[in-house]
Write a protein that binds this ligand. Sequence first.
Ligand code: NOJ
Length: 545
Amino acid sequence: MLMSGTPSSSRPTESQLTEPRSTESWLADAVLYQIYPQSFADANGDGIGDIAGITERLDYLSWLGVDAIWLSPCFASPFGDAGYDVADYLRVAERYGTNRELIALAEAARARGIRVLLDLVAGHTSIDHPWFRAAADDPDDHRYIWSDRAAGSRWNPSPGSRPGYYLQNFYPIQPALNFGYAQMNDAEPWRQPVDAAGPRANRAALRDIMTYWLDRGISGFRVDMASSLVKDDPDRAETGRLWTELRGWLEQRYPQAALIAEWGDPAVSVPAGFHADFFLHFTGRALLSLWDNRAGVQQRAALSGPCYFDAEGRGSVDEFLAAYQAATATIAGAGWVALPTSNHDFSRLACGPRTRDQLGPAFAFLLTWPTVPAIYYGDEIGMRYVPGLPDKEGSELAPDHNRAGSRTPMQWDDSAGAGFSTAAPERFYLPLDPAADRSSVAAQRADGDSLLNLVRRLIALRRAHPALGTTGGAEVLCSGYPLVYLRGTSYLVVVNPRREPARAAVAGATAARLSTARPLEARGVKVAGGELTVDGFGYGVFALD
Ligand code: NOJ
């Protein structure tokens, strides 16, 4: 199966043609790192991570070799959804520091070749945002979506003197901004078209927010719930057009800026205007079939199914490969699929029955596949999903779905506060992982065989050999256990995510070249004749002559 990182033969989609668009971006060569600001590093000793703490840890990120950090929202907020309920897009939350400190972080990061991306919560604000407070008292205000009746469970009574109900976008504390409806409906006369004054004002507001931060050294945005903007938009065509318009504007004004969607369907979002979009847990099975991170955070049986990174080897990588191939064929070189290790909404790579042994092959795959890799803070040291935590700032979506276990403090060292904070442990944003064998950056830095040092070497390899990144093609030679693929013409990657050893016979022209295989990074892989023998949880990246 031949997969190209940047296929060029497919025809561009209609929306690609509507705006002039650059297909060049620094993102193509980037390794992203997601920071959950409240949990990364606490510089002022109050138990909550902050911007100054991140700045103090830039040397670590530079040592690790990542190119860009994405900060989950760090703006003024009542924190009913951990900051995804924004009360002021242009002001850093007091608990994180000041705008000046965020701008200084971006400058200090840039000096180390690291870009800073912010989280743009585009679809909703907090009920505490002044826009919403004003709207709740003014029947002529159209920034949000109001009706005269509760037309379903997502409508909430007005908290102000204005009569009626407002539509929530996520939690009730997150009123949906009005970007209009894709279709009108006589039974719902409050619907406005996408080009009505309110929806147009909100598009302008998004541009204002982006302008503010891009002018201050920020390099782009991860866009929260990017597919949610236009309502009753079954194929997301109008939402796509909205992003096409914004991307066109960005190309004119800030051609270096990157837009990354939280959409989960790169085949739709990238042609619409995003530089990249993540394969996510809640859309399709691409990511679920690869490393299913739901154990712990989300246990709805209906969602279960084997994944390829299953120690017992019950999964198949074919679903992932097919989804990747379909997405890249549609994207047709206009941008990239981003692949996360995990994120703040799902369990970490180390969760449930998955052991840390499986993370070596997981990172070997992540950092040699033509997707844009995104490392969630702590996954590089194998931090685990911590079960059994209480709800924290809206982390619990349902009784069987608590995101808190993926949001625990970064484990920097083996001191009592793990180097995260000097505060008393009871003041920590969330408790540290109580496990006796809790991993730490300090211990793993000192151990050349650690996961952390492996991740660092793999990042360096990806940088030194561009064919391992998004630009080189990928030819899958064997898609069982192990997975074997060629990157470009000269690199062979072998990954065995199961406990049992695995064997693959390589046929064709590559078989003859196997005798020249030179390991760039390998563990438990033997090459003999045309055959590869791989230990349980083994992996290898080889150069071929
Ligand atoms: C997606 C974010 O990742 C999640 O944490 C948040 O709760 C919702 N969007 C609402 O903004």
